[in-house]
Ligand binder design. Sequence first.
Ligand SMILES: [Zn+2]
Length: 308
Amino acid sequence: MNKIIIGVDVGGTNTKCGLVDTRGRVVDRARIDTRQYLSKQSLLFSAIVDTVLGLIQKYRGERSDILGVGMGLPGLIDTEKGIVRILPNIPGWRNVPLQRMMEDRLGLPTRIENDVNLITLGEWKYGAGIGCRNLVCMTLGTGVGSGLILDNRLYRGEGFAAGEIGHMPLKRHGLKCNCGGSACFERYVGNTVLVKKARRLFRDKTITLEQVSLLAAREDPRAVAFWHETAVTVGDALTGVVNLLNPRLIIIGGGVANAHRFLFKTITDTIRARAMTVQGAMFVIKRANLGDDAGLIGARVLVDNPDL
Ligand SMILES: [Zn+2]
């Protein structure tokens, strides 16, 4: 028996499509340059359908071996009705009944989900979070997001909008955020913000976070201090999360997590020093380990678990 599912992970830059087998392995894949299809919602939809049909055509097994489609999208998704409410970085996607549209075109049962939730499902069942009952999966990239597994279930919130860890305000006043708030966590540790900060600090208009990490590895004091300060900010923010949710595990992925060698110990120490006794003693931090495939693998979990 070799049942397959189709995963689609829509991003503002790339859209990944793949076939995922019963062991959570991506056995075939295709990529769409999302930016070519941003002018109209129907263009990107058609590109996704065509790419998926291409993968189905190449698939050597029986068509009846294909169980369904799982899709992740970067925005607010009504998973009960199967409607994309809004994608902040992809224009024209508002109240799109995507689940039905996919099912009509492909004749396969389809489920849609927020992209970070999909990554969380993948890491939970096939990655860093295997066997864990309560976890927070945080992506530290240009945006800062999270997915929550609470008591062995994906927690979506009343309006499917839970997990916006990057938009927890860290103080009363501060930098304005594109969510409409201010002093949001993301405004201190998002990739873009850190790059800007590093460029000011090193008076170098081209320095990258990778280069700051290389400098930190050579014990450059400014680079070490840069990552230390970042880690303390992350730790401060996560202390509240740990006290509130009492997770066993915090998984951290995304581009900024590439600097895990300079971040994770200080994040952990900061939380242990500040959190309440029970919560502070029982959490651990791990790096996400499915990389770019986490969303596709999460699609497998979504299709396999209709009750999630
Ligand atoms: Zn915000």
